[in-house]
Write a protein that binds this ligand. Structure first.
Ligand code: SF4
Ligand code: SF4
Length: 306
């Protein structure tokens, strides 16, 4: 079983994916057999930082959503499905010209009420494509596996679960002992599906009230899973009072600080060009700090394998 290292932030825009990419590259440079997984299925972009988009190993569709469809021949145009409001998601509208219901496939949650209540059995509820899983080769000599939801799929959590299963299969087949998993923002189903079974979590935050608030929320979820974790403060010197507040929070809650990355003018170039900072500026201040953090992660991986 691979060592599963997750990276979350609770809040978007704090540099989670960029830091994930650099840590993955650093571990790979040290010869660790890694595989990277992007579970931010609503906005996946880890593969872009690894320039892997055009180097596909496998792509397949996943059906984790159900949607209603109408069997027009069975409909007797009674309009009960509209007048009696079968659908609590407002997904049924009436087609005045053809005298049949129209299903808004984005609004439909696949709850099955229409199928249950239509006296003629004119609705069917069936699985539909809800996302894709992509297995790609990065230019940094390790694979990256990403998931991407289809518009209106509404089941990101299930897609993350399928993605994790597929990634576990690849890791086993290719003897990749370390899985680096970039997590989704927030604390909803996708994050819960992502956190399941992790060995260690890195929480990325920055010295703002909003970022600390969101980090605290995701930490409460991590604590529920009883997964060990530590914090990285990104843009650490952006707001010194905010930095102080984070340190107080860490002390009060006995949370490990893995490291700090200062505001660094080199980041915009790296991000704009889709290059992990560790590759764009390997001798810069951010790279130095990330190398120190990476050393700590390696110790944790080593301790786990004892
Ligand atoms: S789908 Fe069913 S409930 Fe709706 S109009 Fe047709 S027969 Fe009536
Ligand atoms: S399956 Fe549920 S959500 Fe979808 S149209 Fe039927 S009643 Fe509405």
């Amino acid at each position: 079983m691979a060592y599963h290292l997750g990276i979350v932030s609770g809040k978007g825009g704090v540099g989670k994916t960029s830091i994930t990419a650099s840590i993955a590259c650093l571990l790979a440079e040290d010869g660790l057999p890694i595989i990277a997984v992007d579970t931010d299925v609503d906005a996946p972009n880890l593969a872009i930082l690894f320039q892997a988009k055009n180097n596909q190993v496998e792509e397949f569709k996943v059906q984790t959503t159900e949607k209603a469809s109408l069997i027009p021949d069975k409909c007797v145009h009674c309009k009960l499905c509209i007048d009696d409001a079968f659908c609590h998601f407002d997904a049924l509208k009436w087609d005045e010209e053809n005298l049949i219901p129209i299903i808004d496939s984005i609004a439909c949650e696949g709850c099955g009420a229409c199928k249950l209540f239509c006296p003629e059995g004119a609705f069917e509820v069936e699985p539909v494509n809800s996302g894709t899983i992509n297995h790609l080769k990065s230019i940094y000599e390790f694979d990256v596996i990403t998931g991407e939801t289809i518009l209106g799929a509404q089941t990101s959590g299930k897609l993350v679960t399928e993605l994790r299963k597929y990634a576990d299969g690849v890791a086993k087949e290719e003897s990749k002992e370390i899985m680096i998993i970039d997590g989704p923002p927030g604390i909803g189903c996708p994050v819960i599906a992502m956190l399941s079974g992790l060995n260690y979590v890195i929480v990325i935050t920055e010295p703002t009230t909003a970022a600390l608030h969101d980090a605290d929320r995701v930490i409460s979820v991590i604590n529920n899973f009883e997964i060990p974790f530590g914090i990285i403060i990104n843009k650490a010197d952006m707001y010194l009072e905010g930095n102080k507040q984070i340190k107080e929070y860490l002390n009060e809650n006995n949370i490990e600080l893995l490291g700090e990355i200062p505001l660094d003018s080199k980041w915009p170039y790296a991000i704009a060009n889709g290059i992990p900072i560790i590759k764009a500026h390997p001798n810069g201040i951010s790279a130095q700090n990330l190398k120190e953090i990476s050393k700590k992660i390696k110790v944790k991986i080593k301790e786990n394998s004892k």
